[in-house]
Ligand binder design. Structure first.
Ligand code: BTN
Length: 302
């Protein structure tokens, strides 16, 4: 984290390039201040105009460029930014995906992290990710995407190609969850050539699907959908979230390859999703298993 904060301070001209040892916490207020100034492409004023939420997105921090919005959100949350605060970057230089992968984040996409302080047990965190997936899918439906689907646990797909990924991270103190950082990356106004060749067959962008979108409006709609579904989560209406998720599932009914860490991979049939948000698969011998972690690849279409 320290290096990313140092880089941001240097990029913003707050410390000189030679300095490599500062107490980054002393700069938290300055960083918040930078995040509050209006930017060119992602505009807080447009997102805030008519934003119909109680707390999600009421505190917005927008940056031209950061390493990863999840890291900045983590840093700022340790320095006091509250529940529902949102950190957005026009570009990320070290965007993080799941399983330690790099997340391509050029100008034109939507790269943001939401800070939440839910009063829940660790086992419920996967449900927050599923809820966020539903909120993204609903926001995409609202702007005219016909059938966004959710690939377990957290990829949003359009016509079988990934358009959005979600990376949820919990900040814990002993066994208590202090904050949950939900990172959302949406490939919005980008062309497929903006991505490395190896991703071009499996990725799509909103621009490619429906033409250029108003990214500030989309962020606003998403934050509104997110607050609604987080309220269901806080009210323990988990079944409502799962129902919305199942309606949009890309995975259920398909053959998947389950790759659990440290285990041999196997093929199975995805039959459902558990109350805790795990994928339920049926193996060749008819036994059911819950997939908690690890990658799950769709093997073939029905
Ligand atoms: C995935 O691998 O599918 C998850 C990708 C999550 C990317 C987003 S972009 C905003 C936030 N900041 C990050 O560094 N990652 C998440």
């Amino acid at each position: 984290m320290k290096n990313e904060i140092l880089n941001l301070l240097k990029r913003e001209g707050l410390i000189s390039d030679e300095i490599n040892d500062v107490n980054i916490n002393d700069f938290a207020d300055l960083i918040e201040g930078i995040g509050r100034t209006e930017k060119e492409y992602i505009k807080s004023s447009e997102i805030s105009k008519g934003l119909n939420t109680r707390y999600v997105g009421k505190n917005l921090y927008v940056f031209n460029e950061v390493g990863s919005t999840n890291t900045i959100a983590k840093f700022l949350s340790k320095n006091g930014i509250g529940n529902g605060s949102v950190v957005i970057a026009e570009r990320q230089t070290a965007g993080r995906g799941r399983s330690g992968k790099l997340w391509e984040s050029p100008l034109g996409g939507i790269w943001l992290s939401i800070v939440l302080t839910p009063d829940v047990d660790y086992s419920k965190i996967p449900l927050i990710t599923l809820a966020t997936g539903v909120a993204v899918a609903k926001a995409l439906e609202d702007i005219g995407i016909e059938n966004p689907e959710i690939k377990w646990p957290n990829d949003i797909m359009i016509n079988g190609k990934k358009v959005c990924g979600i990376l949820t991270e919990a900040i814990t103190n002993f066994n208590t969850i202090e904050h949950v950082i939900i990172g959302v990356g949406i490939d919005a106004n980008l062309s497929i050539e903006d991505f490395p060749e190896e991703l071009q067959n499996t990725t799509t962008t909103l621009e490619r699907e429906i033409g250029r979108v108003n990214e500030n409006l989309l962020i606003k709609i998403f934050l509104q959908e997110l607050e609604k579904i987080i309220e269901s989560f806080n009210g323990k209406c988990y079944e409502d979230i799962l129902r919305e998720w199942r309606k949009r599932s890309y995975t259920i009914g398909k053959v998947v390859e389950v790759k659990k860490p440290f285990n041999k991979s196997y093929d199975a049939y995805a039959v459902g999703i558990s109350k805790e948000g795990e994928l339920i698969v049926e193996k060749h011998d008819g036994t059911l298993e819950k997939v908690i972690s690890g990658e799950c690849l769709i093997k073939k279409m029905n």
